[in-house]
Write a protein that binds this ligand. Structure first.
Ligand code: PLP
Length: 224
């Protein structure tokens, strides 16, 4: 099956209407993205700033671009003018830089707080006490050009569905704690970004509102 058929099949068979599919295009050529675009799909995700800005430049401007990877503070400026949602906010420093760049571009930039839920050393993110500490900093209230719309996490890469499910449950617990304590008055705070090609069905069962799916749509990535 081709790219557009893969997307169509996911949307018809596997992804409920209230869950948004982010088609992850990292390492894939413009032609593959255009194939999806021309069939009507316009929501894509990239995990590297350079690749994201190159593809933004090359492609139609009504695409909704998601930055799903680790983001360095010195690179925020390249995506600040156009990015729809930054999934991987993992420090207050980064949030402050996004705020500054949002101000420069006269816009509010949507962000998710990334949480570390996996049992792997390589994944980024806050734990709940760290996030609670940040939200209660006086300077946190000074942020006017970021809109924190929810949380993001990556489960351990494993076949063990009990582990994955427990990690997704943990992210939902964190989301609810934050929502009830600090974001009750922000109706935009409603997103839970979790689930990839290998675990998106579990993620949806556990309450994901955004799933990030790459290889299932575009095929396996070549190791570079
Ligand atoms: C690559 C990537 C995905 C998609 O991975 P697949 O297994 O190809 O679906 C999702 N989220 C993040 C953060 C990624 O880097």
């Amino acid at each position: 099956m081709g790219v557009s058929e893969n997307i169509k099949s996911l949307l018809i068979n596997d992804i409920p209407k209230n869950v948004k599919l982010i088609a992850v295009t990292k390492t894939k050529p413009i032609s593959a993205i255009l194939e999806a675009y021309n069939s009507g799909y316009k929501i894509f995700g990239e995990n590297k700033v350079q690749e994201l800005s190159d593809k933004y430049q090359a492609l139609p401007k009504d695409i909704e671009w998601h930055m799903i990877g680790h983001l360095q503070t010195n690179k925020v400026k390249y995506i600040a003018p156009f990015v729809h949602l930054i999934h991987g906010v993992d420090s207050f420093k980064l949030l402050q830089v996004i705020d500054k760049e949002g101000q420069k571009n006269n816009r509010k930039i949507n962000c998710l707080l990334q949480f570390y839920i996996a049992k792997e050393e390589t994944k980024f993110g806050f734990d709940l006490p760290e996030a609670l500490h940040m939200i209660q900093l006086p300077e946190f209230n000074d942020l006017k050009n970021v809109n924190i719309v929810g949380v993001m996490g990556m489960a351990t890469f494993t076949e063990n569905t009990h582990t994955i499910r427990a990690e997704f449950k943990e992210l939902v617990y964190i989301f609810n704690q934050l929502k009830n304590t600090f974001f009750q008055d922000n109706p935009d705070f409603k997103e839970i970004s979790m689930g990839m090609s290998n675990d998106y069905k579990l993620a949806i069962e556990e309450g994901a509102t955004l799933v990030r799916i790459g290889s299932l749509i575009f095929g396996e990535r070549n190791i570079i």
